[in-house]
Design a binder for this molecule. Structure first.
Ligand SMILES: [Zn+2]
Length: 70
């Protein structure tokens, strides 16, 4: 990832770290609540045994996190 990436909102330098989740992370273009995640796109699959950490950048001022899902 580009190391000197700046926050798109405030322009601060983003801090490097890792994002991880024991559950899948999904994407939907609709903001409506759903019971099942049917129709949504899985960005990060469920973890089995080992939790995969994804390199990420975050802005502590804006509470914004940027990560690549592939
Ligand atoms: Zn920011």
């Amino acid at each position: 990832m580009n190391e000197d990436m700046k926050c798109p909102e405030c322009g601060n330098e983003l801090k490097e770290g890792y994002i991880f989740s024991p559950r899948r992370i999904s994407w939907s273009e609709s903001g409506e609540s759903i019971y099942m995640d049917y129709g949504s796109e899985t960005l990060v699959k469920d973890a089995w045994l080992k939790v995969k950490k994804i390199p990420a950048l975050r802005c502590e001022a804006c509470h914004l996190v940027v990560f690549k899902y592939k």
